[in-house]
Structure formats: structure tokens, C-alpha cells
Ligand binder design. Sequence first.
Ligand SMILES: C[S@@+](CC[C@H](N)C(=O)[O-])C[C@H]1O[C@@H](n2cnc3c(N)ncnc32)[C@H](O)[C@@H]1O
Length: 192
Amino acid sequence: MISFTIIGHTARTDGAFSLDDFAGGAGRIDVLCRCVNASLFLSHELRRDVECNLVFLGQPSPPKTVKFSGRTIRSLNPDERSAATLIKKALLLPSGSEFRDAAPGVSVRKSGVERLLQEGSYGVLDEHGVDIRKVEQIPQSFLLSDHTNFTLGEESLISDCPKYSVGPAILHADHAITVLLNELDRRSRGWN
Ligand SMILES: C[S@@+](CC[C@H](N)C(=O)[O-])C[C@H]1O[C@@H](n2cnc3c(N)ncnc32)[C@H](O)[C@@H]1O
């Protein structure tokens, strides 16, 4: 299972946003929706072996994590609004310390990146990291930031994690996911 975790620094945690304004009043939830789509969609099918965790750090009750699981997801279409609708549904659900299903393949819990880092080992996708093409063994779990940099507190949490770059340009987070998945596709089909 490949997993991507994206930190949404301003993304609201209460689901009290309009689906006509999820790029604005919701705290750039559009960035997170695009990461869900980049993680899970192929042209005519879904990547069933990929999970996408979204960490919400905006007001009023951070942190929360919403998990999209490619294995069990249903009712997700490739437009951003579709992902935003499922996110809103998950955030409106009262959440506790364990994942609770909000819809098939979508679950939510009341914790953030610190807990995820305790549960598994992560590589950080970072424009200044080691060239992923030169890495023999690519990790299974990756952490990314949204449209902003990791905070100093996050930098210290991830200081021991290996950092990988997908290329010399600074990309949007969803594009970095696409390039990384392309590298995994190439390797798994003997293209390298
Ligand atoms: C828009 S960038 C964040 C802001 C960026 N640090 C800047 O200075 O503009 C979003 C995220 O995508 C990932 N990313 C962007 N470019 C990358 C690259 N070349 N290699 C690996 N990850 C990259 C990183 O996780 C980054 O935090």
C-alpha cells in the first residue's frame, strides 16, 4: 500500500464551508482535493493500492485527519467538488481518537501528523531532497505540505525522515504526487 499524507495548514476542521467556496473560506481545501485526485485516479480506473491522508489544521478544532482509501472508495468522481463533498461529510461527523467511517473508503479521526509519524515510517517529498531516481528502495509512505512550507514545528518533527525530490522545479503538491506515482509505475513495470 502506498500512502500520501498532505498537511493542510489552514484547512477548516468543522465542515462548515460552502461547496462553492472550498478554495476560499474553507482554507484552501481545493489543494487537498487535488491531492486526493492525484493519489487515487488513473484515466479509467482507481489506484486501489493507494491511500491519501489529509491533515486539517485550520479552525475551529485542529487537528483532524481524513483518510481516503483507494481499496474501498466509492462515489468519488475526478472533479474537485466531488472530493470536497466527501471531505465536508467527514468533517461534519463527530470524530474521536480512532478512524470512523464517513462514507465508503472515507474515514476521519481527531489527530494529526504527529500520530501518523508514530504509526509508520515516512519519506518526505521535498524539493531539496535526494533525487528519487537515484534511490534504490522507494518508501511506501510520503508526507507533503500544501501550498505553504512545512512549519518550524513540523520541520523538527520530520528532521529524521529521509527527504526525496521528484525534480529540480518546485511543484504543486498534487503534481509532485503524480510524478512520484509515475516513478513507481515505471519501476513496477520494468521501464527503468
Ligand atoms: C507548493 S509546494 C510548498 C511550497 C514550496 N516549498 C515553495 O517554496 O513554494 C507543495 C509541496 O509539494 C512537494 N513538492 C513540491 N515540489 C517538489 C519536488 N520538486 N520534489 C518533491 N516534492 C516536491 C513538497 O512536499 C512541498 O511541500
